[in-house]
Design a protein around this ligand. Structure first.
Ligand SMILES: *Cc1c(COP(=O)(O)O)cnc(C)c1O
Length: 360
């Protein structure tokens, strides 16, 4: 592909940071991780950050630290990456899949309300594609029923709603630092919380249940982040604001170029700051020849990468295998197509993307 769908950016600073840690001779979790956590808290309104080895580990630990377990239900969207629901099952609880709202592909608050039962322990909204879920409505439902909110912010670093950054709405929130996300540490995740007790439990669960060496307080994992990964993440965190502005500018260019075309451009909720982890258009079946998949093939023939996130709703994956009626989820799985929006696109790349989409 001459214009790839995603392109992680590593420069001299990342290489120097890794080299610095290698030369120190200490590469496991240490001062770089502590510094990364401290610095990351600045993008989540000062909440405490706990670094782990992936977003998936972070979500799993967040559920366990909040006491979610067997007998509990957790409300999740089915239109997400499988990790969103896998972690609920791994915690021994039951994922309850509900539908999305069609405008931004995030949890539909009315569907959430309808799915609450006496066993509901938590709601896990996903800020899909970098657009914040409707946290005012979801927060109100959670408060009314006395249930917790865990944000899956894995795709939404520095997104915000009415000036509040995502990650500062739920009791806990989790960011992924996988290479294709808006910033990366190689692999990694960051759990954030405003609750010191939960933060302590997260640190224990991350490290075999130990605060003092060989005095294990609970049964834990080894899901620590290394100082090598943290050193990369610290450099990327400094670049995040600039990259985010570039993603937003790229999205504005695509919005303008595709206005009035056969594809539906992404809509942004009032008060929402979209960070365009993905720039996702909706291609209705009869809008273009061959529908969404036909368009993806023509883009590929012109060297423009694209992606379908996600072609199969989680509840229908063989791993869950459920028959549910989630019409907006099914429609999105058939109609969404993500175009390149990453910060390394040139003006010429952006023009080529628009031309490829509108070409007859
Ligand atoms: C990437 C992602 C995850 C998992 O993060 P990893 O770091 O890959 O483990 C979870 N949820 C969503 C919505 C994601 O996009």
């Amino acid at each position: 592909m001459s214009i790839p769908a995603a392109a992680p950016l590593f420069g001299a600073e990342e290489r120097e940071a890794v080299d610095r840690v290698l030369r120190s001779g200490m590469v496991a979790q240490g001062p770089e991780v502590a510094a990364f956590e401290e610095e990351f808290s600045a993008i989540v309104a000062g909440r405490t950050a706990v670094a782990v080895n992936s977003g998936t580990s972070g979500l799993h630990l967040a559920l366990l630290a909040m006491g979610v377990g067997p007998g509990d239900e957790v409300i999740v969207p089915s239109f997400s990456f499988a990790a969103t629901a896998n972690v609920v099952a791994l915690a021994g609880a039951t994922p309850v899949f509900v539908d999305i709202e069609p405008g931004h592909y995030c949890l539909d608050p009315a569907a959430v309300e309808a799915a609450v039962t006496p066993r509901t322990a938590a709601i896990m909204p996903v800020h899909l594609y970098g657009h914040p879920a409707d946290m005012a409505a979801i927060g109100a439902i959670a408060q009314r029923h006395g249930i917790a909110v865990i944000e899956d912010a894995c795709q939404a670093h520095a997104a915000a709603l009415d000036g509040t950054p995502v990650g500062a709405f739920g009791k806990t929130a989790v960011f992924s630092l996988y290479p294709t996300k808006n910033m990366t540490s190689g692999e990694g995740g960051m759990v954030v919380t405003d609750d010191p007790q939960i933060a302590r439990t997260l640190r224990l669960l991350r490290n075999q249940g130990m605060e003092k060496r060989y005095e294990n307080e609970l049964v834990g994992f080894n899901v620590r982040m290394t100082d090598l990964h943290a050193a990369i993440g610290r450099v990327q965190l400094r670049k995040l604001a600039g990259w985010t502005e570039q993603r937003r500018a790229n999205a504005a260019f695509l919005d303008a170029g595709l206005a009035g075309s056969a594809v539906g451009t992404p809509s942004v909720a009032p008060g929402a700051r979209h960070v365009y982890h993905q720039y996702t258009v909706r291609v209705e079946p009869d809008a273009v020849p061959g529908g969404r998949d036909g368009l993806a093939e023509r883009l590929a023939a012109r060297g423009v990468g694209s992606g379908v996130y996600y072609p199969i709703p989680i509840h229908r994956l063989p791993s869950f295998g459920l028959a549910l009626d989630l019409p907006e989820t099914e429609r999105a799985a058939r109609e969404v197509l993500s175009l390149p929006v990453h910060p390394s696109l040139s003006d010429a790349d952006l023009k080529s993307i628009v031309e490829a989409v509108v070409a007859k």
